[in-house]
Ligand binder design. Structure first.
Ligand SMILES: NC(=O)C1=CN([C@@H]2O[C@H](COP(=O)(O)OP(=O)(O)OC[C@H]3O[C@@H](n4cnc5c(N)ncnc54)[C@H](OP(=O)(O)O)[C@@H]3O)[C@@H](O)[C@H]2O)C=CC1
Ligand SMILES: CC(C)(CO)C(=O)C(=O)O
Length: 305
């Protein structure tokens, strides 16, 4: 099976490194031919060197991109895809699925999410955490391709659970991201600092709003289970800076439209408001607008984490 991974981002590089260690190397499609190669530093001490590949129509294309990059990326690479190419979306948040299904009506589409962690520093990628992944089909391919893809994904994203309805784990991850990401980004704290009791009221209120909108979507989450899940993620990733914290710090666009913005869109459809989500959404948009509208380059800021 010919597999390609788009970009040379943190999570994508981790997957390609893992595929090399499994002796089933994936191709990597970069936006630019430079640098000649990149290195991935794994937590087990291995270092893997990765190179850019020529674009040949793949059986499986994985897009481990920021949610807001997906639509343009798929448009850019459409000429290299055939109706038989399976497209795998891997990102935080929700909201790219419908457009992808519509834009590629003949292709099988897979949705992935992961709690693995990696960060880029220049041309190097560092694995910073192990974690569970989840996978499920939005549109299934014929049986032989389905089995081959499932086997491959189970290897490179291990441990990986397969779901008949992938939207349930995606909503569960959305709950976690809708709390940790904007709070850490606005207060510029690491994930662990959210355990401080001063954040308790906001965390609980965000989870209450999440339960209200998810129930209207016929997805039922227990408030106390979510409290426990968020507390666990905060403890397990205490030293990490969330992706939204890093995006704000490095003056990059955030995924807010696909996290709290997604919840707000669903709420609007149901005719309800989510006041705390709205407030955090507006604060993140304001922070983004301070630098996205200016010509100052993000590279000018000192790097952290
Ligand atoms: N990093 C982490 O620890 C975790 C990340 N996630 C989620 O996974 C997703 C990916 O995150 P992450 O790996 O950190 O993101 P990165 O920003 O590191 O990687 C995104 C990559 O996509 C590439 N890209 C974007 N648009 C295109 C395009 N049109 N054509 C080709 N390449 C393109 C970028 O290329 P270029 O380098 O040229 O800009 C970049 O290499 C996000 O949704 C994130 O929230 C989830 C769990 C943990
Ligand atoms: C789970 C969490 C919050 C870990 O940092 C994450 O997914 C992110 O930073 O985007």
């Amino acid at each position: 099976m010919n597999v390609a991974v788009l970009g040379r981002g943190a999570i994508g590089s981790l997957l390609v490194a893992q595929s090399q260690l499994n002796q089933t190397p994936f191709d990597m499609w970069w936006r630019t031919p430079e640098p000649e190669d990149i290195r991935v530093w794994l937590q087990n001490g291995d270092t893997v060197s990765l190179k850019h590949s020529e674009k040949v129509s793949p059986d499986l294309l994985i897009l481990p991109l920021k949610a807001w990059q997906i639509s343009k990326a798929l448009n850019d690479i459409k000429p290299y895809l055939s109706p038989q190419t399976c497209i795998a979306l891997l990102h935080n948040g929700l909201g790219t699925e419908e457009n992808t299904l519509e834009a590629f009506p003949e292709n099988s589409i897979l949705r992935l999410t992961t709690s693995k962690a990696a960060r880029k520093n220049g041309d190097d990628v560092y694995e910073t955490g192990y974690g569970q992944s989840h996978a499920g089909w939005l549109r299934e391919p014929p049986t032989a391709q389905r089995i081959a893809v499932e086997r491959l994904i189970a290897q490179v994203l291990a441990p990986c659970d397969w779901h008949r309805d992938i939207s349930q784990p995606l909503w569960q991850k959305l709950a976690v991201n809708s709390v940790i990401n904007p709070l850490t980004a606005i207060h510029q704290v690491n994930n662990g600092q959210l355990a401080d009791k001063s954040f308790r009221t906001h965390i609980d209120e965000l989870l209450r709003e999440f339960c209200r909108i998810s129930a209207l979507e016929n997805r039922h989450f227990d408030f106390e289970d979510l409290q426990a899940t968020v507390a666990k993620v905060i403890a397990l990733t205490a030293e990490n800076f969330s992706s939204m914290h890093q995006d704000i710090y490095h003056h990059r666009p955030t995924e807010i439209d696909y996290i709290n913005g997604y919840l707000l869109n669903r709420a609007k459809l149901h005719g309800i408001t989510l006041p705390l989500n709205q407030s955090l959404y507006s604060q993140i948009k304001q922070l983004e607008s301070n630098y996205l509208s200016s010509s100052k380059s993000p590279q000018n800021s000192a790097r952290k984490n």
